[in-house]
Design a protein around this ligand. Structure first.
Ligand code: URA
Length: 436
């Protein structure tokens, strides 16, 4: 078999056999097939797509490219949660401690930022000293001890995805249904949870921009998860404007902490409630949605969820004082309002553009090796449907480098559209899929 032939077959619209898929996954993971050939194949898949059978084969080959984590040493049902990626999507940061405070065992593997979207690990590194580079023993001991641990994707869990993810991020091949489904589900299957709750984003800030594409992705992942014997549910949620108000690593951590104090943005809290209630039901802690919501509300109002966040940060070497005093998180040197140029209702916000602004400020990676600036980003004052007058701030920009700020400011204005009529506000939850 030759990689050249596999690339050409897919380029010409052919269907790859399971032998061909296994060949390129093994060869890439083992270092025999170079990045440039796999980049070409990713681009061919991007344009030609893969059918259900190819996607399933790819997922299984990636899941088995390394070890399959055995979580049987942790008692109870282990529930994992994963988002397909969005702008301002800090859900895991608030939801994991909320669900853990309700007795769910959170044994979660997370990733770094990808394209214009942020990643949980980068955000968590806003706590000085925090590490997701922990051993399996540490991970399992911590979940048994305090009910929650988040680790990075180790080299031995789904290593094929680890390499492909980094390559796709810098070759404009992220937003393909089969590549996203196989990337997420291979990790989730290898990471060993019994139940999986997926947050599938749809809209301008998501990798899948239209509702039909997002529904197809959600069904595909639910089919793969349930087929592999893991109870899987997908919530299809809106990403047509940033979630909450903060975009940028440390700024999002602060917003998650505010939410655990009961002072978070309404849309963000509602998404945490929707996903959290599915986690509590899947984990056998609640029988139905209203009971689950009540438990989550109580975890926030009693302070138990905030306390769980502090315990979690400390257990992974982070400075947990920042949970109580967010002034200890990384801070940008400059904070500057971005004023509206006209009066009017915000009609829409191109949220991939907002993600790009944060990236331009230094908050995301432009190459695999880029270092990110945790302090920078934006805090939005105006969201879709809000009325603003010229001169009022649309957002506050947090930055360290004035040169980067000038480019981000320009880009920011392109994201907002204004009009005289109040627009319809996009629904936050579009659909919940339990059976594909
Ligand atoms: N999240 C992932 O883990 N993989 C993707 O491909 C996209 C989002």
């Amino acid at each position: 078999m030759r990689m050249y032939d596999i690339i050409m077959k897919k380029r010409n619209g052919g269907k790859l056999t399971s032998g061909e898929i296994q060949y390129f996954i093994d060869g890439y993971t083992g270092g025999e097939i170079p990045d440039y050939q796999v980049s070409a194949l990713m681009m061919a898949i991007y344009f030609r797509g893969m059918d259900e059978e190819e996607t399933l084969t790819l997922t299984m080959a990636m899941a088995h490219s390394g070890d399959m984590l055995d979580l049987s040493a942790i008692g109870g049902t282990k529930v994992d949660k994963h988002s397909t990626g969005g702008v301002g999507d800090k859900t895991s940061l608030a939801l994991a401690p909320m669900a853990a405070a309700c007795g769910i065992r959170i044994a979660k593997m997370s990733g770094r930022g990808l394209g214009h979207t942020g990643g949980t690990i980068d955000k968590l590194e806003s706590f000085a000293g925090f590490s997701t580079d922990i051993s399996r023993e540490h991970f399992i001991r911590q979940v048994n001890g305090i009910g929650i641990s988040i680790m990075g994707q180790t080299a031995d869990l789904a290593p094929a995805d680890k390499k492909l993810y980094a390559l796709r991020d810098v070759t404009a091949t992220v937003d393909n249904m089969s590549l996203i489904a196989s990337s997420i589900m291979s990790k989730k299957l290898a990471a060993g949870a019994d139940a999986i709750v997926l947050d599938v984003k749809t809209g301008s800030g998501a990798f899948m921009k239209t509702l039909p594409d997002s529904l197809t992705l959600a069904r595909e992942m639910v089919r793969i998860g349930n087929g592999a014997g893991r109870r899987t549910v997908a919530v299809v949620s809106d990403m047509d404007q940033p979630l909450g108000r903060a975009v940028g690593n440390a700024l999002e951590v602060k917003e998650a902490i505010d939410t655990l104090r009961g002072q978070g943005p309404e849309d963000f809290m509602e998404l945490c409630m929707t996903l959290g209630s599915r986690m509590l039901i899947a984990g056998g802690r609640a029988r139905e949605e209203e009971q689950a919501r009540e438990m989550l509300r109580e975890a926030v109002s009693s302070g138990a969820a905030l306390e769980k966040m502090a315990e979690f940060v400390q257990a992974q070497g982070g400075d947990s004082r920042a949970v109580r005093d967010t002034g200890l998180l990384p801070q940008a040197l400059h904070i500057e309002p971005i004023p509206a140029k006209t009066d009017g209702y915000v009609q829409s916000i191109r949220c991939d553009e907002i993600g790009m602004c944060s990236l331009l400020l230094g908050g995301g990676r432009e190459t695999k090796e880029s270092e990110i600036d945790l302090a920078v980003g934006l805090v939005l004052c105006a969201k879709t449907g809000d009325y603003v007058r010229a001169g009022e701030p649309l957002a506050y920009m947090h930055y360290n480098d004035p040169g980067r700020a000038a480019a981000a400011r320009e880009r920011f204005y392109q994201a907002y559209a204004f009009g005289r009529e109040k627009p319809q506000i996009p629904a936050l939850i579009h659909e919940i899929i339990e059976q594909a």
